[in-house]
Each structure stands twice: as C-alpha cells, then as structure tokens.
Design a protein around this ligand. Structure first.
Ligand SMILES: Nc1ncnc2c1ncn2[C@@H]1O[C@H](COP(=O)(O)OP(=O)(O)OP(=O)(O)O)[C@@H](O)[C@H]1O
Ligand SMILES: [Mg+2]
Length: 401
C-alpha cells in the first residue's frame, strides 16, 4: 500500500515532541492544562491524568482520530483550540500525502532509471564482448589472408621458376642423353684403337710411326678426356634431375617421400653456390617415409640453405654448413647449421617477419624464412632459429611423422 493510501492516526500526524510542544502552547492560550489523546486512550502529549469528561473529538476526513483534553478550559476556548488542531492536522495530513506521493513517484523513477541503467550496462558489456570477439576474428582473418597472399606470391614466383626449370631440364635432357651415349660408344671405339697398338707396333716401321705420333700418350689422354667428359655429363644430368625435382613445387599434392632425398636435392643445389673453401656436410640418419608436400618442403629446405650459403659468403667464403636429419620419437628433426656471419641478438626476432631482409636492394625479398615457416606449419611442425652474431646460425625444423 502507498503511504498516501494509509489511514492516518493522530500519532502519525503528530510525533511525540510536536504533540508536547502543541499542548504546552495551547495550555498557555487556554490558561488550563491540555492533553492530546489517541483513540485507544494513550496520551500523546500534554498533562497526564486529565478528566476525559469534556474531551473534544478530533475528526479528520470524517473519521475520529483522537481527542483534545482540557477539562478546566472555557468551552468556547476549548472548541476553538480543537478547530485549530483540526486545521493543523488537515495541513499535516496533506503535507504527508503530498510528500508520500512525491516519494513514491521519485522511488518509481529511481527504480526505472536503475533498471534502464542495468539494461544499458548489460548491453554495453554485450557489445564490448562482441566487439572484442570481432577484433580477434578480424585479426585471425587478416593473418590468414596475409599468409595466403605470401604463399600465393611465393607459389607464383616458384611456379614460374619451376616452369622455367622444367623447360630447361627437358631441353637439356635429350642432348645430355645422346652425348652420354656417344661418349660411352667413343670409349668402346677407343678400346678398339688401344687393342691395335701391339699389332701396329709389330709392323715394319710401325713402332717408329706410333712413337712419332705420340700415340701412347694420345690414347691414354683421350681415355682420360672421355672419362672426364662422362663425369661432366653425369653432373649435368644430376643438376637436371634436381631441377626437375624442384620444379614440382607447383604441384600441391601430398606424397609419401623420404625426407633425406628432399634434403639431398636441396643440398646439391645449395652446394653448387658455395665459394671455394666452403663445405657442406651431410649427416643424415636413415629416415622413415613422410607424407608431405615434397615440392614445398624442398623449397623450405632450400630457403634455409640459401641463407646459410650467403652467411658464409658474407664472412669471406670459407666455412661449413652441416645438415643433419634425426628421428626422435615421432618427430623428424632437421638441423641446418652454418658458421657464417650470424645475426645480431636484437634482430633475431624479425627474421620470420614478411619482407624483412638485410640483403642489398634487389637481392632478397625477405620472404625466404617467412614462407619456410608457413610451409613447416602447414605440415604441423615448428621452425626455430638460433644465432650468435659473428659465429653462425642454427635453424631447426621439427616435423611430426
Ligand atoms: N643463416 C643466416 N645467417 C645470417 N643471417 C640470416 C640467416 N638466415 C636469415 N638471416 C637473416 O634473416 C633475413 C631474412 O631471411 P629471409 O630468408 O626471410 O629473407 P632474405 O634471405 O633476405 O631474402 P629471400 O626472400 O631472398 O630469402 C636475411 O636478410 C638475413 O639478414
Ligand atoms: Mg633467404
């Protein structure tokens, strides 16, 4: 129930101190003892024990709410005092009603405001959470797009390099084939020539002619030349086969391969770029087959190896690259260590950043390690780089098998 709906009692309208003050003022005016009594007979203020015989009923809104006791006062004065008290009580009741109404509406407004405030806070928190979630999602999408863009850029670059390499390899393959076969035939012909030495030398004057033409040396040197040429052609054939293997990068198909074979191809390619005095040591443990994207993995190995070659070159040329493969539990661990220039401590954290390069303009894209890292991650692995400036660098690739 609202306070303004309540039936007001005399005690509610006149608190004890006010009742006391009123009775003492009225006592002076009426020149008699005065008391105010509630309906139940309790004296709210004024003198105690006064006679109730001539008490006057105090009525508020047609309802009696108490009595004025002033037995010794003149009746006219007593009635006037009762009138005064009634006016006072009416004013008091109105005041209480108005303030009750005001209180109730203020309370309702306050509660409504509080409810709105809570709702606002809730929706603000919801929007904040949503915007945070959105930010995280946008950041993740940007990272994915960035990664895809880098891969596309690199794949495009490699696809054209691969196409070129495959074309060149194909073109060279045929002539190399017949040069190799012709050289082998020439070796057989030479053996026939050598077999003629004894019969020719036993002919009259044959020995002198043989010696004058320096045939012993010629045939021996000819055999060496042919052997060297066959060796050279074999080397070219190996380069061609490496190129063909490497040109597979544009075929994003998974295959089961021997990681050591991929490492061998990458090592062969890197080795050719080493300056005299530099060596590349292969320290491979027999491997288990790995399901992977061979072209991409070769590319990652070559990116790391190329950096090692340049690190040694930048230190003067002589140095060592050690390529290790180990099988630890279900992990393939590949370590490529060089004793080249190394990297300053405060720059190490930047080497995997896209486009970070310290190469002269036009010589590096700064994507080698970024793409290597992406490739290793695509295979569910991890790549780590450890380096000491002036001493060398170790790159470790962990691949799950
Ligand atoms: N083995 C290393 N020794 C010293 N510095 C290295 C080595 N590997 C990487 N770095 C440093 O990290 C940088 C980034 O290497 P990254 O392979 O990503 O790009 P890059 O070699 O500069 O260019 P590219 O795209 O042609 O590979 C290099 O410029 C070099 O400063
Ligand atoms: Mg590089």
């Amino acid at each position: 129930m609202n306070s303004f709906d309540q039936e007001l009692s005399l005690a509610a309208l006149l608190p004890p101190k006010e009742a006391e003050r009123l009775c003492s003022s009225l006592g002076i005016l009426l020149e008699a003892e005065v008391a105010l009594q509630c309906l139940q007979g309790e004296v709210l203020g004024g003198a105690l024990g006064l006679s109730t015989e001539s008490r006057i009923e105090l009525v508020l809104e047609l309802e009696p709410i108490g009595y004025l006791l002033a037995p010794q006062a003149k009746p006219v004065a007593r009635a006037a005092a009762a009138g005064l008290i009634r006016q006072l009580l009416i004013a008091r009741a109105r005041y209480l009603m108005a303030s009750g109404l005001h209180m109730a509406s203020t309370q309702a407004d306050y509660e409504e405001l509080q409810r709105q405030n809570t709702a606002l806070k809730e929706s603000e928190a919801k929007f904040k959470a949503l915007s945070e979630e959105l930010e995280v999602r946008v950041a993740a999408q940007i990272e994915i797009i960035d990664q895809r863009q880098r891969q596309l850029y690199q794949a495009e670059r490699l696809a054209s390099v691969g196409q070129l390499a495959a074309g060149v390899a194909h073109e060279i393959n045929n002539p190399i084939g017949f040069v190799h076969s012709n050289l082998s035939t020439a070796q057989k012909y030479l053996a026939n020539f050598c077999a003629l030495a004894t019969p020719v030398k036993t002919l009259p004057g044959g020995d002198a002619v043989w010696a004058a033409a320096d045939m012993d040396f010629t045939l021996e040197d000819f055999a060496d030349l042919l052997q060297d040429s066959i060796g050279g052609v074999d080397r070219v054939a190996r380069i061609v086969s490496d190129l063909k293997g490497f040109s597979n990068v544009d075929k994003p198909e998974e295959e089961v391969v021997d990681v050591n074979e991929l490492l061998t191809v990458a090592c062969n390619m890197a080795e050719k770029r080493l300056l005299p005095g530099a060596v590349l040591i292969r320290d491979f443990e027999p491997s288990k087959p790995l399901m992977c994207l061979p072209g991409h993995l070769s590319q990652a190995f070559l990116a790391v190896l190329s950096n090692a070659v340049l690190a040694i070159e930048n230190k003067g040329g002589a140095g060592e690259i050690r390529v290790m493969s180990r099988f630890v539990g279900r992990q393939i661990v590949i370590q490529i260590r060089d004793n080249g220039v190394g990297i300053e401590k405060d720059l190490i954290h930047r080497v995997f950043d896209p486009f970070y390069t310290t190469r002269p303009v036009g010589q590096g894209t700064g994507l080698g390690l970024t793409v290597a890292c992406d490739i290793v991650r695509v295979h569910g692995g991890e790549i780590e780089l450890d380096s000491t400036s002036g001493q060398g660098t170790t790159v470790t690739l962990n691949l799950p098998n």
